[in-house]
Write a protein that binds this ligand. Structure first.
Ligand code: IVH
Length: 680
């Protein structure tokens, strides 16, 4: 009798498990929930209650034991067809002049050439990429880390400004439309749920797991650029903005075509004055070289285009009092003084910390505890103390003594001598550059898991700090051997969040070589240099081998990797703890060989060197032409050189050396012909 009853219970239980599995599949893997949150939670509760009453039921599909749902707030990760870049910032005329000068030099244009820009207000929202196939909206992604975004199609689908189907003529067969999702200030004020600012509200709304909730917050969309495209036949940004309008997108009504720095500044001043009247937050003006051919020639440096810049509006300022000066120890051992100030509202954000930059800055401005200071906050830049009101200084105030010992590990500190600038650095550093200093180690691990490095979901800065406190981690490799049992017993950690963390950690054991190198946090090796190294080394073992026998020859001739970087890499490999970390990581990780993206293979790994003045094209552009077409630049004539390209007045010595070694000597126009570019 009892047995029969048990069978009934079991059948009922398994039915529920089956439905629960379906919900999970739709929700986690397809990002297409088929029930609302409360029905999902109710079912889960019913299952758990049954299990509690009849423990014999629990099986491996139970929500109490199941691990391995897709993590990351439930959105599927998708690679962008063309990376979503960021923009460099300009703050004043000088920055703009430099921006334009670099472009003119790169393109080898006449000094007084008047470049035409598309000047577009920079909306302070969340960027998104919308993929249209034959005019139909098929997928929408968040920016993510720029390379990989999250599939937020369903949420974007709730935004009225996003056309489901494109209207009008000249619709490309495939295109990624990019723009800004934001919330209007007037709508923001009406929200019942409180967010710090409209940007956070837009971001929160866009990442709701339930699209119904997104629908409740009135999001807007303004389009301004594109990523991947097929059959798009236009020649400049102005035409593109025009097409966007025809297709049914909203574009910014303050977009202008402008020539000349003076006019850019005039427009900037006018827009800044209008800022309060506009019903959404703008934090600057984006300038884009209008001509697409020039944009293409200019290309990118790091993750920002050479052809565009964001001219930020001036910062908001407030007055406050310094309560305390704390010294933070960074990942590279830098001691950064931070002023703890009386909390003050600066342009809508409550600020209680402001950076004091470094020891020299404190000395120069004679900043003291108790001082009344002006604090500035510009957009997403860290607030900083810009001036001291000496008249308000208390007579008894004492000069601030910058510590000479590391506040974290007590080691001595030093200031570096910069061989290139021939100056002593303004920054004081802890001599303990590895894992021996607690604060440095914590920062190194935070960097290791950060978005641009291992990008491990669920391991934010606060969590790394608490895991450190609990002795769960000491070195990067510990991330892959976490004690999940202990973690599930911690406050705030439910079964699902532990399962998600476990999934994220396992998922990231596969990593590209460039991300791996970047994640190690070697000084002077940022994302761009990590990419250069991985492109040359290709294979992870070659990277590990750099440490063996102190052989760094492989990386001596990389364009962009100079003496500073090489010395820093040597230092890194001479540190025993680093070698242990590398060895442990090597056992755990699968480091993928670097795949080259969207490169033309025209030059097939051949090596080039230039001599003499090139006509109508700068050295920098010639170099990037070689590199973007799979060639390599080398900096001296040797047997390794395939082509010596000669411009006007080439160096006779180089020509002779090349002749002696039987190296092909070609003219500039022959070089351009190799790339199917007409010579001038
Ligand atoms: S163009 C390569 N145009 O600014 C070009 N961006 O720091 C990159 N943004 O993530 C984007 N208004 O969220 C572009 N008119 C505009 C923009 C704009 C706002 C944001 C966008 C991007 C960030 C770049």
């Amino acid at each position: 009798m009892i047995k029969k009853n048990n069978l009934k219970i079991k059948i009922n239980y398994l039915k529920k498990i089956k439905i629960f599995k379906k919900y999970n599949e739709a929700y986690f893997n397809k990002s297409k929930p088929i029930v609302d949150d409360s029905s999902y939670d109710d079912l889960k509760k019913e299952i758990l209650e049954l299990e509690k009453k009849y423990p014999f039921l629990i099986n491996k599909e139970s929500p109490s034991t199941k691990v391995g749902f897709k993590p990351s707030k439930n959105f599927k990760k998708v690679k962008h067809l063309v990376p979503m870049l960021s923009l460099n910032n300009a703050f004043d005329r000088e920055d703009l002049v430099n921006f334009e000068k670099k472009i003119i030099n790169f393109l080898s244009l006449k000094k007084n050439y008047l470049l035409e820009y598309s000047a577009e207000p920079k909306i302070d929202g969340i960027s998104a990429s919308l993929f249209y196939k034959n005019g139909n909206f098929v997928k929408g992604l968040s920016r993510g880390d720029g390379v990989e975004g999250e599939d937020i199609t369903l949420n974007l689908n709730t935004i009225a400004d996003i056309p489901r189907v494109l209207k009008g003529k000249n619709i490309p067969s495939e295109i990624d439309i990019r723009g800004e999702v934001f919330i209007q200030n007037s709508d923001f004020k009406k929200l019942s749920e409180k967010f710090a600012n409209p940007r956070n509200a837009a971001s929160g709304s866009l990442r709701q797991k339930n699209p119904e909730k997104t629908k409740k917050i009135p999001l807007k969309f303004i389009a301004y650029t594109f990523g991947f495209s097929k059959d798009l036949n236009i020649s400049d940004q102005l035409q593109f903005l025009e097409l966007l309008k025809n297709w049914g997108f909203k574009v910014n009504k303050f977009n202008r075509i402008i020539k000349g720095i003076d006019n850019l500044i005039k427009n900037h001043v006018e827009l800044e004055a209008k800022r309060k009247e506009i019903d959404f937050d703008i934090d600057g003006v984006v300038y884009k070289v209008n001509d697409f051919i020039l944009q293409k020639r200019l290309g990118f440096v790091g993750n920002a285009p050479r052809w565009a810049i964001a001219h930020k509006f001036s910062a908001n300022k407030s007055i406050s009092e310094i309560l305390k000066i704390e010294i933070q120890v960074g990942r590279t051992g830098a001691l950064t003084p931070v002023a703890k100030i009386k909390p003050v509202n600066i342009g809508g954000v409550l600020v209680s910390n402001a950076t004091l930059h470094n020891e020299d800055e404190i000395e120069r401005k004679d900043i003291r505890v108790g001082d009344i200071v002006t604090v500035e906050r510009a957009g997403d830049v860290i607030p900083r103390v810009i001036a001291v009101d000496l008249k308000k200084r208390n007579k008894n105030s004492k000069k601030f003594n910058f510590p000479k010992k590391c506040p974290s590990c007590g080691s001595t500190t030093f200031k570096e001598y910069n061989k290139i600038t021939k100056k002593i650095d303004a920054v004081r550093r802890c001599i303990n550059d590895g894992y021996g200093c607690e604060k440095i180690a914590i920062e190194k691990i935070k960097h290791f898991v950060s978005k641009e490095a291992f990008n491990i979901d669920g391991l934010g800065k606060k969590i790394i700090e608490s895991f450190w406190e609990l002795k769960l981690i000491r070195y990067p490799q510990d991330i892959f051997n976490l004690d999940f049992e202990k973690i599930s017993g911690l406050d705030g950690w439910g079964k699902l969040s532990v399962a998600n963390l476990k999934y994220s950690v396992d998922d990231k054991k596969n990593i590209s070589l460039s991300k791996f190198i970047y994640s190690l946090g070697i000084r002077h090796i940022g994302q761009e240099n990590a990419k250069l190294l991985s492109k040359t080394l290709k294979n992870a073992n070659k990277f590990f081998d750099l440490g063996k026998n102190n052989n760094f020859e492989e990386i001596f001739n990389i364009d962009g990797i100079g003496e500073t970087q090489i010395n820093s890499i040597k230092d890194f490999f001479s540190n025993k703890k680093n070698l242990i970390v590398l060895n442990e990581l090597k056992k755990i990780l699968k480091i993928k060989e670097e795949k080259e993206i969207s490169k033309n293979d025209i030059l097939g790994e051949k090596t080039f060197m230039f001599t003499g003045k090139l006509v109508g094209i700068s050295r920098a552009e010639a170099k990037s032409l070689v590199e973007n077409n799979s060639g390599k630049i080398i900096s001296n004539v040797s047997k390794k050189l395939d082509f010596l390209v000669t411009g006007e007045k080439p160096t006779a010595r180089k020509i002779n050396e090349a002749k002696n070694l039987d190296i092909k000597i070609i003219s500039q126009s022959e070089f351009l012909k190799m790339l199917n570019i007409k010579g001038s």
